[in-house]
Write a protein that binds this ligand. Structure first.
Ligand SMILES: [Zn+2]
Length: 262
């Protein structure tokens, strides 16, 4: 089945994806917050971080709840972070793009799961410099489960696995040398494991592009941050996550365009 078979179906699926994406964005945001604060994200209901007030159904609607409550907690009136509605809208858009890009396929589902993991680790690394192993485990599991359905020959599979070990292992080697030279931690272990996973999903060329793109994004973010922010230790995970998601969704045309330049 394809969403492109006829127009009403396309419109229907885009709306479903947009709503689902906003709900998913809200859930993942909450999961990231709980992981960063050492809470279980399976147990317990959503609550206000200030007063602990348990959120009712009307307070859990993505974007709309924020607008209706004018960005404040219903119980204590604390201002809620504008990050929530922004990321919900952003993830809604990402979900629609993922569907339009990969159609109703196993590939779409697999890549979407990976993007969800990238979204979570973007925030946990940004807030607390943590890249949860759970994100890597879920991503790798999705890749393994989907692989028999997407099988295009042993050559491709071997190349993906080789890319994972090359980039994961290569970065581990580089970081060990850098740690010695600099006398401090250079690249986090989470970043290295993340590049292992990206190798699986994007292969040699895609991972190489992700690495370059991540450095560019990192430099831009670092350039934009000022004062106190600039001096504190800088998490690289968010830049890698943005670059990997961009390569996953727009990588093919980007690589083709780059190829045409040289
Ligand atoms: Zn409150």
């Amino acid at each position: 089945m394809s969403i492109y078979e006829y127009q009403p179906m396309l419109i229907f699926f885009v709306i479903v994806a947009a709503v689902f994406g906003a709900v998913m964005g809200s859930f993942l945001n909450c999961a990231a917050w709980r992981i960063a604060h050492g809470e279980s994200f399976v147990k317990g209901r959503s609550h206000c971080p200030e007063c602990g007030h348990t959120l009712g159904a009307s307070e859990l609607i993505p974007v709309l709840s924020y607008v209706i409550q004018k960005g404040r907690c219903k119980a204590c009136g604390t201002k809620l972070s504008v990050r929530y509605p922004i990321t919900e809208v952003a993830f809604s858009c990402i979900t629609v793009i993922c569907l339009l890009r990969f159609d109703l396929t196993i590939l779409c589902l697999r890549n979407y799961i990976f993007i969800c993991c990238l979204f979570v680790l973007f925030f946990t690394d940004l807030d607390d410099m943590i890249i949860p192993d759970g994100c890597h485990i879920v991503s790798i599991a999705a890749w393994i489960v989907a692989q028999p359905f997407l099988f295009t020959g042993w050559g491709d599979t071997a190349l993906s696995v080789a890319a994972a070990f090359l980039f994961g292992g290569g970065l581990l080697g580089v970081s060990l040398v850098m740690d010695r030279v600099l006398g401090r931690d250079s690249l986090g272990g989470g970043d290295i494991k993340l590049f292992f996973v990206i190798g699986l999903y994007l292969g040699m060329i895609g991972t190489l592009f992700t690495m370059m793109l991540a450095c560019i994004v990192g430099l831009i973010i670092h350039g934009l941050s000022k004062g106190r922010e600039k001096n504190r230790e800088f998490p690289f995970g968010p830049s890698i996550a943005v670059a990997a998601a961009a390569m996953l969704l727009f990588g093919q045309p980007l690589i083709a365009w780059y190829g045409s330049l040289i």
